[in-house]
Design a protein around this ligand. Structure first.
Ligand code: NAD
Length: 425
C-alpha cells in the first residue's frame, strides 16, 4: 500500500521504516529540514537499535520529504506521528496535530487519516468534525495508537502484543488491517474514543506498577527486606507477572510522564479527580529526589563534592533524554553545590545539561569523584572494572539507582554501596 507518515521522530521514523520493510511504499514528511536532509543522505538522526538496517533495506520504498503534497500525492493511508508534548497546564499540546489536519489538501479519492500520536480521548471526534466541516468526508479517520518502547521499537513494531484500531467506519479499520497483514498479532477493533483511552490507560497501568514497586522498595529499605527478592517473589504469581517490577529512581522519558499527566488532566477537565494516578506521579517525583538524600547520608554535605552520573538517557538503548531522571538529579545536585560530571554511551548530555561536565568515558567521569550514581542501566556500566574504579575515585561511594550492580561484589571491591530498596548488608 502507499503510506505517508507525518513526523520523522522516534515513532514516525520507526513506523515509516517498518511499513517499508513490510513491502509498502512510504513517504515520511517532517518540517525539520535538517532531519530530512540527513535522512536523504542515509544518516539516521536517532539512536534506535536495528533502525539503520531497516532503513537501509527499505531502499526506494522509503522516501523523505518536507513537502505535504509530495507525501500525500498517492497515499492511501496518512499517519500522524508528530509530537504531543505537555503544556504548562499538563494538557497535551496538540498544535502540531492540528497543523497536519489543517494542511491536508482537498483530495478526491478516499484516504484514511491514522493517528499514531498519543492524544487525549475525544481528539478523534473533534478531528472528524473538523474534516467534515471542510467537506473532507472522503478522508476516513482512525486511532491506531503506538505501543512501541524506545530501545526495542523495531522489534515491538514488527512483533507487537496487539494492534488497536478505533474507527468511525469499519472500512477504514479494514485498510489498517490490510496494512498490517504481514504482522502476526491480535487485531483489536473498537470505537475511536476507546482506542485513544487504551493508549493512555496502558501507560497509566505501567507507571502505576513502577511507582508501586518503588514504594515497596522504600518500605523494604525501612524494614530490612530486599526489593529484588520481593519483586521476584511476587512476579512469580501468575496473576501479577514479573514485568515492570524493577525498583529504581523512577520513570522518565518522552511518554510516561507526559501521558500520565495528560490522563490526570483529562480526568480533571471532565470533573473527575484521578486520585490513584495523582499518587503515582507524586511518588515518582519523590523517588528521583531520594538519591540526593542517600548521597547526603553517605557523604555529608554535597557542597563542593564531585558526583559522577552514569547514564543520562531515560533508559538504555536510546539517546532520548526527554524528562530523564538524570535531568532532575543533575539539577538537584547542582543546587546542593555539588560539581556534577556525567557520562552516557550515546545520549548527548551537552544539549540538555547546563553546568554539568560531560565526560568522554565512564572512567573519566569517575576519576577523583566522591560518589557515583547509576542513573541508567546501560550494560556498559555493569561491565566496568569496578575494582579499578574503586582505586580511581576519591571516595568509593556508589548509589545504584537502577539496582544494576551486585551489592556483595561491590562491597567486596571496597565500595560503600547503596541500591534502591536493597538490604543494607
Ligand atoms: N517516543 C516513543 O517511544 C513513543 C511511543 C508511543 C507513542 N508516542 C507518541 O508518538 C508521538 C510522537 O512521538 P515522538 O517521540 O516520535 O516525537 P518526536 O518529537 O521524536 O518527533 C516528532 C516529529 O514531528 C515533527 N513534526 C512537527 N510538526 C510536523 C508537521 N506539521 N508535519 C510533519 N512533521 C512534523 C517534528 O519535527 C519531529 O521530528 C507523540 O504523541 C508520542 O506521545 C511516542
Amino acid at each position: 500500500m502507499r503510506v505517508a507518515v507525518f513526523g520523522a521522530g522516534y515513532v514516525g521514523l520507526v513506523t515509516g521504516a517498518c511499513f517499508a520493510d513490510l513491502g509498502h511504499e512510504v513517504v515520511v514528511r517532517d518540517v525539520d529540514e535538517r532531519k530530512i536532509d540527513a535522512l536523504r543522505r542515509g544518516e539516521v538522526p536517532i539512536h534506535e537499535p536495528g533502525l539503520d538496517e531497516v532503513i537501509a533495506r527499505a531502499g526506494d520504498r522509503l522516501r523523505f520529504t518536507t513537502e505535504v503534497e509530495e507525501a500525500i500525492a498517492d497515499a492511501e493511508v496518512v499517519y500522524i506521528a508528530v509530537g504531543t508534548p505537555s503544556t504548562y497546564s499538563g494538557d497535551a499540546d496538540l498544535s502540531a496535530v492540528w497543523t497536519v489536519v489543517d494542511e491536508l489538501p482537498r483530495i478526491e479519492r478516499r484516504i484514511v487519516l491514522a493517528m499514531k500520536s498519543t492524544v487525549p480521548v475525544g481528539t478523534g471526534r473533534v478531528i472528524r468534525d473538523r474534516l467534515d466541516a471542510r467537506g473532507l468526508r472522503n478522508v476516513g479517520y482512525v486511532s491506531n495508537p503506538e505501543f512501541t518502547a524506545e530501545g526495542t521499537a523495531v522489534r515491538d513494531f514488527m512483533q507487537p502484543d496487539r494492534i488497536v484500531v478505533g474507527a468511525f467506519d469499519p472500512l477504514d479499520a479494514d485498510a489498517i488491517a490490510e496494512l498490517h497483514a504481514r504482522i502476526d498479532a491480535p487485531f483489536l477493533r473498537c470505537d475511536v474514543a476507546s482506542a485513544e483511552m487504551i493508549k493512555l490507560a496502558a501507560n497509566a497501568a505501567l507507571v502505576t506498577r513502577i511507582s508501586f514497586i518503588n514504594e515497596i522498595a522504600n518500605v523494604c529499605e525501612a524494614t530490612g527486606a530486599d526489593v529484588q527478592v520481593v519483586a521476584e517473589g511476587i512476579g512469580l504469581d501468575r496473576r501479577i507477572g514479573p514485568a515492570f517490577l524493577r525498583a529504581g529512581i523512577g520513570f522518565g522519558g518522552s511518554c510516561f510522564p507526559k501521558d500520565s499527566l495528560a490522563l490526570k488532566q483529562l480526568a480533571a477537565n471532565s470533573g473527575y479527580h484521578f486520585q490513584l494516578l495523582n499518587a503515582v506521579i507524586e511518588v515518582n517525583e519523590l523517588q528521583k529526589r531520594r538519591v540526593v538524600g542517600k548521597l547526603e547520608r553517605m557523604l555529608g554535605s554535597l557542597r563542593g563534592a564531585t558526583i559522577a552520573l552514569l547514564g543520562l538517557a531515560f533508559k538504555p538503548g536510546t539517546d532520548d533524554m526527554r524528562e530523564a531522571p538524570s535531568l532532575v538529579l543533575a539539577g538537584r545536585l547542582l543546587a546542593e553545590g555539588a560539581h556534577v560530571r556525567a557520562w552516557d554511551p550515546v545520549a548527548d548530555g551537552s544539549r540538555y545539561l547546563e553546568g554539568v561536565e560531560i565526560a568522554p568515558t565512564a572512567l573519566a567521569a569517575l576519576e577523583g569523584a566522591d560518589a557515583a550514581v547509576v542513573v541508567t542501566e546501560w550494560p556498559e556500566i555493569a561491565e566496568l572494572d569496578w575494582g579499578e574504579v574503586a582505586k580511581r575515585m576519591a571516595r568509593p561511594v556508589v548509589v545504584d539507582g537502577r539496582n544494576l550492580l551486585d551489592p556483595a561484589a561491590m562491597r567486596a571491591a571496597g565500595f560503600e554501596y547503596e541500591g534502591i530498596g536493597r538490604a543494607a548488608e
